[in-house]
Design a binder for this molecule. Structure first.
Ligand code: PLP
Length: 427
């Protein structure tokens, strides 16, 4: 290696830097930015559908009436009028909240960071679904958490297994700092935690005093099936910290989310946020307020739901046509993602290199686990591409998979059926 490429700071970095990992999705973004690439990788909302006249009206209104406020520092907790908007939104999910318990964050990602910063010391156990949101894993590893994955099936997290894990940890004299779950249309699994399991989870949290982090950025993007109560609404014992986001129902560019926490935890999060960024952007909070309080969000969310439903259906139909026998996949009732599992020994990490050559991208399943699992799975996002491009993308992917399977056959590897974690009716 040439001298200029040596890192002169080597040896001075904090220990945690060694545990930091980049999210597989962020890494892919530079490769998939080329227009010829059909990216089924990033979880991109269809922001091109954002109503232009509403955008202009809100910006003009803020410029004319709220300029000084929008350009000033704001309270760390966020503006009260935005907290009231959040109470209105959560009522849509049948969840009554006290706005005083809302902390506005710079995206739900900051909520994950604040919770982890507040609770996790190096080596502490964090429980999470397997697979789980890669951005949360990046945060957990930055704080050097010991992440233990819990199994999932078609009804989301297997809560009975959580009971077993908690019992085993109790014998070892260890206690997890919290459980992180994405109960609605999970990222990446696309599954939804059943009501029965939610009730049992909240009950168990009460029995074991387990803190549960409910991350629900997709809840309002249900396009099929019946809504299921949030964990927050079922919790009577203040064991749930709830994370929400405007990224999916307004825009990720607005970088505004929120968390709702029991009072004791709330104040610690406020201190943590002060140390991170003082406050979330007042300008963006004003935009959120105008969009939500004017009711403009209702039509936008409805439009998104029907768009995502047709895109999901286009993807499922293409998977049925193009993916080899033995493959399985989830059938999400909302959100952005399908989780597909291929017959072994197909390795989706190897497959991705070839797929990108063919100008199609997905996220390999291993990025959603910390323990090396998920190598025969992939996350496919249907939110950000037209139906036509989804069909074309899955068709190209089918070709790449067949080619790799042909190669394995020629080399004498025997195939196995897809992993049993798959669910929701497979194909
Ligand atoms: C489950 C989950 N949580 C949190 C986030 C981060 O959201 P935000 O853009 O609000 O930071 C995402 C983004 O994709 C997500 O899927």
């Amino acid at each position: 290696m040439s001298k200029s490429r040596l890192d002169k700071y080597e040896g001075r970095y904090a220990a945690r830097v060694g545990d930091m990992r980049s999210s597989a999705i962020r890494d892919l973004m530079s490769l998939t930015a080329r227009p010829e690439v059909i990216s089924l990788a990033g979880g991109m909302p269809a922001t091109e559908c954002f109503p232009g006249e509403v955008f202009d009206r809100i910006n003009l209104h803020i410029g004319a009436n709220k300029r000084a406020l929008s350009l000033q520092y704001g309270p760390t907790e966020g503006f009260d009028f935005v907290k009231d908007d959040i109470a209105v939104l959560l009522a849509e999910e049948d969840t009554a909240i006290d706005p005083a318990r809302v902390l506005i964050t710079t995206g739900a990602q900051q909520g994950i960071d604040l919770v982890t910063k507040t609770f996790v010391d190096p080596g502490d156990i964090v429980l999470a679904e397997g697979p789980t949101y890669a951005g949360a894993l990046a945060t957990f590893s930055t704080y050097q958490a010991d992440v233990r994955h819990l199994p999932m099936d078609g009804d989301g997290l297997v809560v009975e297994e959580l009971e077993n894990v908690l019992a085993e940890l109790e014998i070892e004299g260890r206690r997890p700092k919290f459980l992180y779950v994405v109960p609605n249309f999970s990222n990446p699994g696309g599954t939804t935690l059943s009501l029965e399991r939610r009730k049992r989870l909240v009950e168990l949290a009460g029995e074991k005093e387990l803190l549960v982090i409910e991350d629900n950025p997709y809840g309002l993007l249900r396009f099929a099936g019946e809504p299921v109560s949030t964990l927050l609404s079922l919790d009577r014992a203040e064991n749930v910290v709830y994370l929400g986001s405007f990224s999916k129902i307004i825009s990720p560019g607005i970088r505004t989310g929120y968390l709702i926490a029991p009072p004791a935890i709330y104040q610690k999060m406020v201190f943590g946020k002060q140390a991170t960024d003082l406050c979330s952007s007042p300008l963006n909070q004003l935009f959120v307020h105008e969009f939500i309080s004017s009711g403009a969000w209702v039509e936008y969310v409805q439009r998104q739901r029907s768009l995502y439903l047709s895109r999901r259906d286009a993807m499922l139909a293409a998977l049925r046509k193009e993916f080899p026998p033995g493959s399985t996949w989830t059938v999400p009732q909302g959100g952005f993602f399908v989780w597909a599992t291929l017959p072994e020994p197909v390795h989706t990490g190897d497959l991705l290199v070839k797929a990108i050559e063919e100008n199609v991208a997905f996220v390999g399943g291993a990025g959603f686990f910390t323990d090396g699992r998920g190598t025969s799975s992939m996350r496919l996002s249907f939110s950000g591409q037209s139906e036509e491009r989804i069909r074309e993308g899955i068709c190209r992917l089918g070709g790449v998979i067949r080619e790799q399977m042909g190669l394995y056959e020629a080399l004498g590897f025997s195939g196995r059926q897809g992993e049993s974690v798959d669910r929701d009716g497979g194909s």
